[in-house]
Ligand binder design. Structure first.
Ligand SMILES: Cc1cc2nc3c(=O)[nH]c(=O)nc-3n(C[C@H](O)[C@H](O)[C@H](O)COP(=O)(O)OP(=O)(O)OC[C@H]3O[C@@H](n4cnc5c(N)ncnc54)[C@H](O)[C@@H]3O)c2cc1C
Length: 419
């Protein structure tokens, strides 16, 4: 079938590609988004099964993300917040670690918990203030330094780092060494402090759906995998060739390299494993994120998603998401290993949990070495007519994907003299 030549072709309908398409469309440019898979959203998709909403891997949305605040309509996402803080499992029980400015009712419990000293809790307020003022890296240190060094600069105790920061940040950055550059820690920590941690009522995939909803019908073509790019044309796996005035590659970093005919780097992307369980009752009431503060075991975080967003489970059921540590790989039966581990948290009720699905995502976040502070000023333009966007071009977050999509659209518009 022949299509009219579009002005801009975008490869990939993840958040970056959709954000790019929306900016270009709003500026009056015709664009077509070619998506290899059968749906939009890339790494942010939600499936529905038996009345449950299952995001492809546990993830959360931070309403304090700066670009997301501009790009998304929060009201129509119907964001369902978690409590600002976490329950930390340590020494046989849960301990509250709340953001004291937003849950003052947890003040006493947070201050006396064995998750770090009283001084550590006061230092948390200092980190909060410095992150919000963007002083966390720039004043103290080089923005490329690993997060663990910055936490040492703040003189947090080993207990605080092992029992709180490691489980919390390894769930966010999907790496256990706290190697993530501190400019990203600053950005993400500020977002945690500035707004809520939430999921949209209709699942994380609703973020992509909202971006796509303003595009003219037919803009996104699903099941259209691009095999090759050649100057001003792209060759689809179907054999179809499309020509264009401007091409935006909005894929993950590995595919972007391959499509440009560059050396494809080894797999240092960060992976994630989420197990979903259906339970007759929530093992913990309230929208809490529960963290393993013991520094050992197969479980990293547990969250009863239906306590934050009842729409995630059918009436009368609870949806539990469990993310795992690398230790799960030693077990042939993942769901059973998780149940065995969580018996010590919740007792024998875990034997009644029904395993719904395991999402093992090998390329959840881009390799850390791609997340240079220079990303913030790097141009998305490879040559006039060829542009790049994707989370790996910024902070490796949802927000980074949205920002990179906008920046690539602005570069296209500048080259077309339309900005
Ligand atoms: C389990 C998990 C947990 C996460 N947790 C968080 C979190 O809590 N907070 C946060 O901010 N971020 C989180 N992230 C990261 C966030 O989801 C990503 O940063 C963001 O979605 C990346 O968007 P993107 O558009 O850059 O890339 P992608 O979403 O990867 O989109 C690229 C698109 O390109 C398509 N594509 C690839 N190759 C081709 C081809 N040859 N032809 C056509 N199309 C192609 C893909 O199918 C895909 O749709 C998480 C990610 C995962 C997987």
């Amino acid at each position: 079938m022949k299509h009219a030549t579009p002005q801009v072709l975008i490869i990939g309908a993840g958040l970056a590609g959709l954000a790019c398409a929306r900016h270009l469309t709003n500026a009056g440019l015709a664009c077509t988004v070619l998506e290899a898979s059968d749906g939009i959203g890339g790494r942010v998709r939600t499936d529905r099964a038996e009345g449950f909403q299952l995001d492809r891997g546990f993830q959360v949305f931070l309403t304090g993300y700066p670009e997301a605040r501009k790009a998304l309509n929060y009201a129509t996402l119907n964001l369902m917040p978690f409590y600002p803080g976490a329950l930390i499992r340590y020494a046989g029980r849960f301990h509250v670690m709340s953001d004291l400015l937003r849950r003052p009712q947890d003040l006493l419990q947070t201050l006396v918990s064995p998750i770090g000293s009283l001084t550590d809790k006061l230092r948390m307020l200092q980190v909060r203030r410095d992150a919000l003022r963007q002083h966390l890296c720039s004043e103290m240190t080089d923005p490329a330094r690993p997060t663990r060094e910055v936490l040492r600069d703040y003189q947090f105790s080993d207990a605080m780092i092992t029992r709180f920061f490691k489980p919390f940040l390894s769930g966010v950055f999907l790496e256990a060494e706290l190697s993530t550059p501190c400019w990203i820690f600053e950005l993400v920590w500020a977002a945690f402090c500035r707004g809520a941690t939430a999921v949209p009522r209709d699942g994380m995939g609703a973020i992509a759906q909202q971006l796509a909803s303003s595009l003219p019908p037919g803009t996104v073509r699903l099941n259209h995998a691009v095999q090759k790019i050649q100057e001003s044309s792209v060759l689809l796996e179907s054999g179809e060739r499309l020509t264009t005035h401007a091409l935006v590659i909005a894929t993950d970093d590995v595919t972007a390299s391959r499509l440009q005919g560059k050396h494809v780097p080894g797999t240092s992307a960060r992976g994630s494993m989420t197990l979903y369980f259906d339970a007759p009752v929530a093992p913990q009431r309230g929208p809490w994120l529960m963290l393993n503060g013991e520094g050992d075991g197969v479980v990293r975080t547990v969250c009863v998603l239906s306590e934050a967003a009842p729409s995630y489970a059918p009436p009368g059921r609870a949806l539990i998401s469990v993310t795992t540590t690398d230790q799960i790989e030693a077990h042939s039966d993942g769901p059973q290993a998780v149940r065995l581990f969580l018996q010590s948290w919740f007792g024998s009720q875990v034997n009644g949990w029904r395993h719904l699905r395991t999402d093992h995502i090998h390329h959840a976040l881009p390799p850390i070495d791609l997340l240079s502070p220079g990303n913030r000023t790097a141009s998305p333009r490879v040559t006039a007519g060829l542009y790049l966007c994707g989370d790996y071009r910024e902070s490796g977050t949802l927000d980074g994907a949205l920002l990179s999509g906008r920046k690539s659209a602005e570069a296209v518009l500048t080259d077309c003299d339309l900005l």
